[in-house]
Write a protein that binds this ligand. Structure first.
Ligand code: PMP
Ligand code: GLN
Length: 383
């Protein structure tokens, strides 16, 4: 976790957000929306503060939120989740990931992820003393080979850590890939942990299948999500996990010493969000899909080949055809060249795989139409 000079490393998100602030460039790096989410959710937080919900909430999370999470899992996926024993509220999905990995990974245990992988995965596996193994996904379609994924699970694998919809690629894993993971995890008695924070940000009619809904998965699967992405409240850090009681209890044992509890007035507000009608969720996804298409159009007009993500906040562009073979170098220069900030996809990869994605840049499209239009105009200057 330390840089070559022995000092703590900074995440690429922090580095690029600082660069955007320093240069006044449009920040399409770190993934956070530039407009507020549903007004009901914001009002509910204000009300909760006014009503005095400002002290430590219960360790597992407030009853209102745990019950709303249980209703949500049933409404969208048909899953039965006991709000008393099978839900744990966490300080964002990040703390859920940290607590799960610290609870179940012993030194030397392997954790298998896709690659590119969200940057916290490798860092948290290292904190737990585990060994991070990966299965690559390649530009431009970024789909894992189910057989390769299954074959990568061995008796050394403690956890298969999935992320669907996936950051940074926007891939939504299909049932074939998920079934291969469930069968392999059962064969080798591995746990499945699935990070589904982008579960509602789906485009083009694509369906999200939670691993926990597949036969044979429920007993060994912990499902993680967060209110930050769906309700544009990334700064509130209200996340959660659901799963079998024994797995949730072991995770709670760790969480209580990480943060103890978190976000008292924000928890009932996210509960209000989770109970909003289907149309609200559809509207959130539709606005993001329009953002994806606007930015893809702008990047395309500037000459970049771009990926077509099925979900999430991000798309990926290739700098090589424009004469930028090294995206890390391009991202450091992009504020000067075009007044825009992006993130090199290599930040989500290691070694050979980082080499394979060397010219790729991740851009966030969770921004207002005017900002995406301005960014597109600026990027056109690169042509
Ligand atoms: N997992 C993935 C795949 C993410 O992209 C993010 C944040 N963007 C997180 C987890 C962290 O979520 P939270 O902010 O709720 O901790
Ligand atoms: N998950 C967001 C992203 O991928 C934010 C990450 C962060 O700041 N750690 O951009």
């Amino acid at each position: 976790l330390l840089g070559a000079d022995g000092r703590p490393g900074t995440t690429v998100f922090a580095e690029m957000s600082a660069l955007a602030l320093a240069t006044g460039a449009i920040n399409l790096g770190q993934g956070f929306p530039d407009t507020d989410g549903p007004a009901e959710v914001l009002a509910a937080a204000r009300e909760a503060i006014g009503a005095g919900l400002n002290q430590y909430p219960p360790g597992r999370g407030t009853a209102a939120l745990r019950e709303a999470i249980s209703r949500h899992q049933h409404r969208w996926y048909g899953l039965e989740v006991d709000p008393a024993t099978e839900v744990l509220v966490t300080a964002g999905a990040t703390e859920a990931l940290a607590a799960v990995l610290l609870a179940f990974v012993e030194p030397g245990d392997e954790v298998l992820t896709l690659e590119p992988a969200y940057d916290a995965y490798g860092a948290l596996v290292a904190l737990a003393g585990g060994v991070h193994r990966t299965v690559p996904m390649a530009w431009p379609d970024f789909r894992p080979d189910p057989e390769r994924l299954a074959a990568a699970v061995t008796d050394r694998t403690r956890i298969v850590l999935l992320n669907t919809p996936h950051n940074p690629t926007g891939t939504v894993l299909d049932e074939a890939a998920l079934r291969a993971v469930v069968a392999a995890a059962a064969r080798h008695d591995a746990l499945i942990v699935t990070d589904e924070v982008y579960e509602h940000l789906l485009f083009d009619g694509v369906r999200h299948v939670p691993v926990a809904t597949l036969p044979g998965a429920e007993d060994r699967t912990i499902t993680i999500s967060s209110g930050g992405k769906t309700f544009s409240t990334t700064g509130w850090k209200i996340g959660w996990l659901t799963g079998p009681e024994r797995l949730v209890s072991a995770t709670l044992a760790v969480k209580q010493f990480l943060t103890y509890v978190n976000g008292a007035p924000f928890q009932p507000a996210i509960a209000v969000g989770l109970d909003l009608p289907d149309e609200v969720f559809a509207g959130i996804a539709a606005r993001l899909q329009a953002g994806r298409d606007a930015l893809a159009g702008g990047l395309g007009a500037a000459g970049f080949p771009v990926s077509t993500p099925q979900a999430g906040y991000f798309l990926i562009a290739d700098g090589a055809p424009l004469g930028f073979p090294d995206a890390t170098d391009l991202c450091r220069r992009l504020p000067d060249l075009a007044g825009v900030v992006g993130i090199p996809v290599a930040a989500f990869c290691r070694g050979q795989q980082a080499e394979a994605v060397r010219s790729l840049v991740r851009f966030a499209f969770c921004k207002s139409p005017a900002v995406l239009a301005e960014a597109s105009e600026r990027l056109a200057a690169l042509r």
